[in-house]
Every structure is written in structure tokens, then in C-alpha cells.
Write a protein that binds this ligand. Structure first.
Ligand SMILES: [Fe+2]
Ligand SMILES: [Fe+2]
Length: 154
């Protein structure tokens, strides 16, 4: 029987594989998503006793910086396009930012060292968000884009 989840691990222990299905159709946002995915993959792959606390700190600080930058840019683009579900989307971003900040604070303070909980949280939430909420605005942007192209051409 084929193993759906790969080589004996659960899906959460695997790195996120970027596929075209994850594209939101905006090159800047796709690039930012990929950059964030690569840091998350680093954390997933490095999980365990071999990773040093310093390396975790650097990765978490970097992740928070990229996430902040990305959320800001994404929200600006959605605002400019008049995305109707922006408030809910912003709220999801706010929650992630807060939970990531809390995990980082505990990790940086030495209370939490690359726990499964931390890795699963950043990985699962992020993949779910790209494939969930971000897909919704992708559909909206492509429909408004198609509409404006249609009106341009008369
Ligand atoms: Fe988002
Ligand atoms: Fe996003």
C-alpha cells in the first residue's frame, strides 16, 4: 500500500514543497511567499537537538521580519484592489503575527527550543493560509483583472 505521507513521517514533519498551485498571480507576493516557505523549511529540516539555539534565533528573527514585510505589502495590494474580505484577511495576519511573536519570545528567552509545537505551528498555519485565504484573493484579483481588461478593450 503506498504511503501517502511520504517516508514514514507525518505531513507536518515534511518541508513545504512550492508548487504552481500556490501562486497567487502577483510576482512580488509569490516571491515573498517562497522566501518565507524557505525559512520555514529550514526550521522543519533543522528541528531536533542538532540545531543550535543561535541558529533558531536567527531564523525566527528573519521569519518575523519577512512575515511583517509580506503582510504589509499584501494588505496594501488588496486595499488598492478593493478586496472585499480584507478585514478578515487582516485579522488572520494579526493572529499569526501575535502567535509567532509569542513563540519567538519564548524561544529567544530559552523557554522553548524548537519544540514540535513551534515547528508545526509555523508550518501548518502558513501552508493553510497560502492554500486557503490567499487563494481566495487570488481568485478575486484574477476576476477583477479580467473585468478591467474586458472594459479596456470595449
Ligand atoms: Fe495573507
Ligand atoms: Fe500571503
Amino acid at each position: 500500500m503506498p504511503c501517502f505521507f511520504g517516508k514514514g513521517g507525518s505531513p507536518l514533519e515534511e518541508t513545504i514543497e512550492w508548487t504552481p498551485a500556490m501562486s497567487v498571480g502577483v510576482p512580488l507576493l509569490d516571491e515573498q511567499h517562497q522566501r518565507i516557505v524557505s525559512i520555514i523549511n529550514y526550521l522543519v529540516a533543522a528541528k531536533g537537538p542538532r540545531i543550535s539555539a543561535d541558529a533558531v534565533d536567527v531564523a525566527l528573527v528573519q521569519l518575523r521580519r519577512f512575515v511583517d514585510e509580506h503582510f504589509r505589502d499584501e494588505e496594501l495590494i488588496l486595499e488598492e484592489c478593493g478586496y472585499p474580505a480584507l478585514a478578515e484577511h487582516r485579522q488572520e495576519h494579526r493572529e499569526y503575527r501575535a502567535r509567532l511573536a509569542e513563540h519567538s519570545r519564548r524561544a529567544l528567552g530559552g523557554e522553548e527550543l524548537m519544540s514540535d509545537e513551534l515547528v508545526h505551528f509555523v508550518r501548518e498555519w502558513w501552508e493553510g493560509h497560502i492554500l486557503g485565504e490567499d487563494r481566495k484573493y487570488c481568485a478575486f484579483l484574477s476576476s477583477t483583472d479580467a473585468k478591467s481588461r474586458g472594459s479596456d478593450s470595449g
